[in-house]
Design a protein around this ligand. Structure first.
Ligand code: HEM
Length: 492
């Protein structure tokens, strides 16, 4: 079946290339933005996009330049792939270019939200977004994450007790992070046994976006179990650690809106997905890239060891909050995390025009956007621009460590870097994400030496990107490692 699809896709691709070639003779280069040719009223492009969005967009860009129109099935899109112009999309008014189409799609794909979308979305935007703004801003993040470091350390220690067996790097970098984050944000009554189901559901997202049935049943069953756990959590209605503003506010939102049933559980699941999907991916890839770059690994570890020494112990460092870790002494580590985001983030959320209007670009040029058209920022294209990022395909550990360090600023400021969005819809969890991934890498690099699980292996194989990845690179590959406690930590 899959070889039939691949042959079909190959033939379609060749046909699209031939048509594009013919089309270029009749192509009006003065028309702006140019239109990607299509053989079958956009359905050929739609199929090629679903099979490998990132290769398809790259071919279109070579053909048409950095801004172009393309039909994917019945959907008409304007694709923008230059840094300055993507910023214009970010700052466009939500009345003109709302994110609703994306939200509706993701709510359905992740949590099965159908008829009750408007209500669930309203609670999310009206009550939960402001809560995130209040509790995860640089000013209050320290209070929200007070117990995160020690909790994560204890989760990692539990997970790594048996050094005789190979360990999945995916699970090592994800499960303790997932669990500690949930406990810190939602309180100790939040179910702690949901990681495997969350992972199964998250793995199915690229297939669900492409409307492929692969992984459908296991992920459907996983979603049902997750919804049941979250419904039970809401029904218990108690947050034990009531000192925590976030968990109290979260539970209060459900009480105020009197939602405890399926809608409440769906809301928790969507929120959890927004919180974890990118962060877990980044945590796994940060470690993978570092393992693939022994020199970078050694330099980041030296930075961490020196910081641990300054704090007196790892435990003392983990008691410190995000403010203390937002410091030039972690410059290289922060750069490694941002570099991982640069390499693994594909494109930003799609927006759909509410009416006809002219989108003004940075150079003063206008694009006339028609009602119903979608606008998509191809951030991967920007992040792979060799005129801005030298050797763009390579993980360069200190790429963002060269400029002076500014606290409470992303180290990527000044670069065309869009992995965390921007403008009106900049990622609300960005400070939490950067802080927590830092803590994961600090603990793992300080405590362990990593060896490939295969004894005769000569090096590390980087995980391959799944061709249907959307948003962030997905991978089906894992890396298996043997951990050994470092000399100073033999007591582990
Ligand atoms: C590495 C981790 C993360 C990455 C790369 C990331 C990326 C993004 C991006 C690109 C957007 C903008 C989407 C758009 O404009 O279309 C966004 C929005 C958002 N992110 Fe994140 N995110 C991460 C972690 C988190 C975490 C930990 C949270 C915690 C709750 C979070 C909550 C949100 C929310 C609520 C929005 C919507 C903002 C709005 O529409 O006003 N994200 N994120």
């Amino acid at each position: 079946m899959s070889s039939f699809i691949l042959v079909g896709a190959y033939i379609l691709r060749k046909l699209a290339d031939i048509i594009a070639h013919i089309y270029s003779y009749f192509f009006d280069a003065s028309r702006f933005p140019p239109q990607v040719p299509s053989l079958l009223a956009g359905y050929d492009n739609g199929l090629l996009y679903v099979l490998n969005p990132y290769a398809f967009l790259s071919r279109c860009r070579q053909q048409c330049g950095s801004i172009y129109r393309v039909s994917l099935g019945s959907r008409r899109l304007v694709i923008i792939s230059s840094g300055d112009d993507i910023s214009s999309v970010f700052s466009a008014s939500s009345q003109l270019l709302p994110l609703d189409a994306l939200h509706r799609e993701m709510y359905y794909i992740v949590a099965g939200v159908k008829t009750n979308y408007a209500y669930v979305h309203e609670v999310m935007i009206r009550d939960l977004y402001p809560l995130v703004d209040r509790c995860l801003s640089p000013r209050s993040l320290g209070q929200t994450t007070q117990t995160f470091g020690p909790m994560l350390l204890s989760g990692i220690k539990n997970f790594t007790r048996d050094h005789s067996k190979p360990i999945s790097l995916m699970q090592l970098t994800n499960e303790p992070l997932y669990t500690a984050t949930n406990l810190v944000l939602f309180g100790s009554t939040f179910p702690t046994d949901t990681y495997k189901d969350f992972r199964t559901l998250n793995k199915s997202v690229p297939y669900r976006v492409g409307r492929t049935l692969l992984h459908y049943w296991p992920s459907y069953a996983a979603r049902m179990r997750l919804l049941k756990s979250f419904r039970d959590y809401l029904q218990r209605g108690e947050v034990n650690d009531c000192g925590d503003k976030f968990s109290r506010g979260f539970m209060q939102t459900f009480k105020d809106n009197n939602i405890q049933s399926l809608e409440g559980a769906q809301l928790v699941l969507i929120f959890l997905w927004a919180l974890h999907s990118n962060m877990l991916g980044n945590s796994f890839f940060s470690l993978s890239f570092l393992l693939g770059d022994p020199n970078g690994f050694a330099r980041v570890r030296a930075e961490i060891d020196s910081a641990v020494e300054n704090f007196g112990s790892l435990e003392a460092l983990l008691q410190a909050g995000p403010d203390e870790l937002d410091d030039p002494s972690f410059k290289l580590l922060t750069s490694a995390i941002m570099e991982t985001m640069r390499l693994t983030h594909l494109h930003i959320g799609i927006r759909q025009a509410n009416c006809d209007f002219d989108l003004k670009l940075k150079d003063g040029k206008m694009i006339s956007i028609k009602k119903g058209e979608y606008v998509l920022g191809d951030i991967h294209a920007v992040h792979m621009d060799g005129t801005v990022f030298s050797d763009p395909e390579t993980f360069v550990v200190d790429r963002f460590a060269q400029q002076p360090y500014r606290r409470k600023h992303l180290q990527t400021d000044g670069y065309p870097f869009h992995a965390l969005g921007g403008g009106r819809h900049a990622c609300k969890g960005r400070w939490l994400a950067v802080y927590e991934i830092k803590v994961v890498v600090i603990i793992l690099l300080h405590l362990f030496d990593f060896n490939p699980a295969e004894e005769n292996s000569v090096g590390w194989c980087l995980p391959r990107a799944h061709p249907s990845s959307t948003g962030i690179i997905h991978t089906e590959d894992d890396i298996f490692v043997r951990l050994s406690p470092r000399q100073a930590e033999k007591g582990l």
